[in-house]
Design a protein around this ligand. Structure first.
Ligand code: 5GP
Ligand code: MN
Length: 325
């Protein structure tokens, strides 16, 4: 995939005030990529702000530089360039929408979502990349940016989390070569990062998982499994949003299941769906039908309506999808 790195280098050279953001409900790829770009701008002695409206999820606070991420931008500084990482749509950028009114703002869109709308003035999108962190690794190679172990940790976290620690089908030979360099050259310890991300769960998050698993159902000829996380459960256990991120994988991991769905009631009549799939189904297309998007194997969307009705409507739609195949 040919990306116009030269155009990006020109923008980096000729501007001084940058703002960097990622997608809402940030994951490891979003935060790792955000910090990696921050390190690059620091090295190039640029003025920059790293913005994520929800802050950095606690699970990623081990990343150096995470304390630099702010929830709101400084209104006294007018940015010249906005760099968006890991975000497929303008509306999903994790910063106040008044940013789009800044006159003359140049938008650089660095991403790997196949559903990316190309909202940037410059779009550096590689849907073949396992993670945005992988796209940024390319950028660093092209720029000859010799980074250090903090950057390597951010990139490793980005790539590891988006590949399910190298289990998903987006894991390529290049992904493994890249992480091999991070381990060999920068001393990254994969076991430590895996422990930070996966072995520090709160007691409450595991108890809540127990309740969510009790809602698990399988249908549509054993091909689809789904679970519900509703508001009463959320308020009972009070766990951070990202702690529930992995729940959907239990649905997907059942033998014979091709699609796993978690229905999460964000608030009354607002249901967030996490879709996960095996090799035979592209869930980004199914999520797109409901105004969402993502990747072939992991996608999301939000649907308005009572949870029971949303579950019924979605299962009806998936039934039709299988009937039409
Ligand atoms: P998750 O289920 O973990 O929230 O999201 C899975 C993937 O789908 C991520 O890559 C995420 O960025 C994307 N995604 C989640 N929700 C939405 C959505 O509402 N719209 C779009 N375009 N992508 C989404
Ligand atoms: Mn990503």
């Amino acid at each position: 995939m040919r990306l116009d790195w030269q155009e990006l280098f020109k923008l980096l050279e000729s501007n001084d005030h940058f703002i960097v953001t990622c997608h809402v409900h940030p994951d490891g790829d979003a935060i790792g990529s955000l910090l990696a770009i921050g390190f690059l701008l620091k090295k190039w002695r640029k003025n920059f702000q790293l913005i994520c409206s929800e802050g950095v999820p606690t699970v990623y606070s081990y990343l150096e530089g995470s304390e630099l991420v702010k929830k709101e931008r400084d209104p006294l500084i007018t940015p010249q360039v906005l760099i968006s990482v890991d975000c497929a749509e303008k509306d999903r950028c994790a910063l106040a929408s008044e940013i789009w009114d800044v006159s003359g703002l140049i938008i650089v869109n660095i991403d790997h979502h196949v559903t990316n709308t190309g909202f940037g003035s410059l779009n550096l999108i590689n849907p073949q990349a396992a993670a945005t962190g992988e796209v940024i690794y390319h950028l660093f190679s092209k720029a000859g940016f010799d980074f250090d172990s903090s950057v390597a940790t951010a990139l490793y976290t980005a790539v590891a989390t988006d590949t399910g620690f190298f289990r998903y089908s987006n894991t390529s030979a290049f992904t493994l070569e890249l992480v091999s360099v991070l381990v060999k050259k920068y001393g990254i310890e994969p076991s430590k990062i895996a422990e930070q991300v996966h072995e520090q769960k709160s007691y409450q998050a595991i108890r809540l998982l127990g309740e969510v698993l009790c809602t698990l159902q399988v249908g549509i000829g054993g091909k689809v499994a789904w679970m519900v996380l509703d508001q009463p459960m959320i308020s009972k256990y009070q766990v951070e949003n990202e702690e529930t991120e992995g729940y959907v994988n239990y649905a997907r991991s059942i033998e014979g299941v091709e699609i796993g769905i978690l229905f999460k009631e964000l608030r009354t009549n607002e249901i967030k769906l996490s879709w996960r799939s095996s090799i035979s189904v592209d869930v980004s297309k199914l999520a797109a039908n409901f105004g969402g998007g993502g990747h072939a194997r992991a996608a999301g969307c939000t649907i308005n309506g009572p949870v029971d009705q949303v579950v019924n409507d979605v299962l009806q739609f998936v039934t039709e999808y299988y009937r039409a195949r």
